[in-house]
Design a protein around this ligand. Structure first.
Ligand SMILES: NC(=O)c1ccc[n+]([C@@H]2O[C@H](COP(=O)([O-])OP(=O)(O)OC[C@H]3O[C@@H](n4cnc5c(N)ncnc54)[C@H](OP(=O)(O)O)[C@@H]3O)[C@@H](O)[C@H]2O)c1
Length: 256
């Protein structure tokens, strides 16, 4: 592929070793950018690379966002890039009671899912603004409703959604921002969280549909994106169900 202004500019995708991150890479590559694929698992990041058409153009950065220097190492690794896009996608949740789940992994959820996107965005924003670029914050419908037995995850995603939407308004007209809020989806998320399959399976929506909807929202100038009709239905149910009833229903669904 010939060098163009577009492929000198790059996009950082965090959590690119599978799931949504892999699909973001597949759908963003045809736009011509150089992709920087971030994650912890090198072999799986290499599989993402192998799924792309021009692997030689892209690069991999390893960083554990919960490790002491993980965030600063990642920022240092991309500082000299002409970044046109930041996809804050890395994240995880844990299924279980607050009481019996260790506090360290629960705080790690807040670090990965909320602190890291905020810190990365703050560090990379000057360059992104210069490039008239974009930011995608991968939040969740978990950010729209308290989730018994996934309380730290819902708290992190509620924080991410509120921060992302406020930032989108502050920077309106200067940079495009998408707050992506999917519901249950067939990625590695469930296995990592320890949740058995079952709860929420009716609402499960395919990964390409979700990422296409997100990039469509980006193309329109940014916005809050609930992808696919199943996730939109779930979102509507969250909005119309009184919290006292919703909490009881969610507790019944998610109770270990
Ligand atoms: N799947 C769903 O149902 C769903 C619904 C709504 C929102 N989301 C959100 O979608 C995003 C992507 O998750 P996914 O569903 O695609 O799940 P996934 O397949 O498990 O992917 C999660 C990604 O996050 C990375 N990651 C996790 N902890 C990390 C850490 N401490 N440091 C660096 N990277 C870390 C993983 O990297 P390594 O594998 O390299 O460790 C992996 O690439 C997450 O923010 C998740 O909360 C998922």
């Amino acid at each position: 592929m010939p060098e163009t202004p577009e492929n000198r500019r790059s996009i950082l995708i965090t959590g690119a070793s599978g799931g949504f991150g892999l699909e973001f890479a597949k759908q963003l590559e045809p736009l011509g950018y150089r992709l920087i694929l971030h994650g912890r698992d090198k072999p799986r990041l290499q599989m993402t690379m192998g799924a792309l058409k021009y692997p030689d153009r892209h690069s991999i950065v390893l960083a554990d966002l919960n490790a002491r220097h993980g965030l600063s190492d990642l920022i240092a690794a991309v500082e000299c890039e002409h970044l046109a896009g930041l996809v804050n996608n890395a994240g995880f949740g844990i299924w279980g009671t607050f009481e019996q789940t260790g506090i360290v992994p629960q705080i790690d959820i807040i670090k990965t899912d909320l602190k890291a996107p905020m810190a990365l965005t703050h560090a990379l924003l000057p360059g992104l603004l210069k490039q008239h670029g974009f930011i995608i914050n991968v939040s969740s419908l978990a950010g729209e409703y308290p989730l018994p037995y996934m309380s730290a995850y819902a708290a992190a995603k509620a924080g991410l959604t509120y921060w992302s939407e406020a930032l989108r308004t502050e920077l309106n007209g200067r940079i495009r921002i998408v707050t992506l809020a999917p519901g249950p989806s067939p990625t590695g998320f469930r296995e990592v969280s320890g949740m058995p399959s079952g709860p929420g399976s009716f609402f499960r929506t395919s990964i390409p549909v979700i990422i296409r909807a997100c990039l469509h929202t980006l193309k329109k100038g940014g916005g809050y994106c609930v992808p696919g009709w199943r996730h939109k239905l779930l979102y509507t149910m969250q909005k119309v169900t009184p919290r006292s009833i919703g909490l009881r229903l969610m507790a019944r669904q998610l109770s270990p």
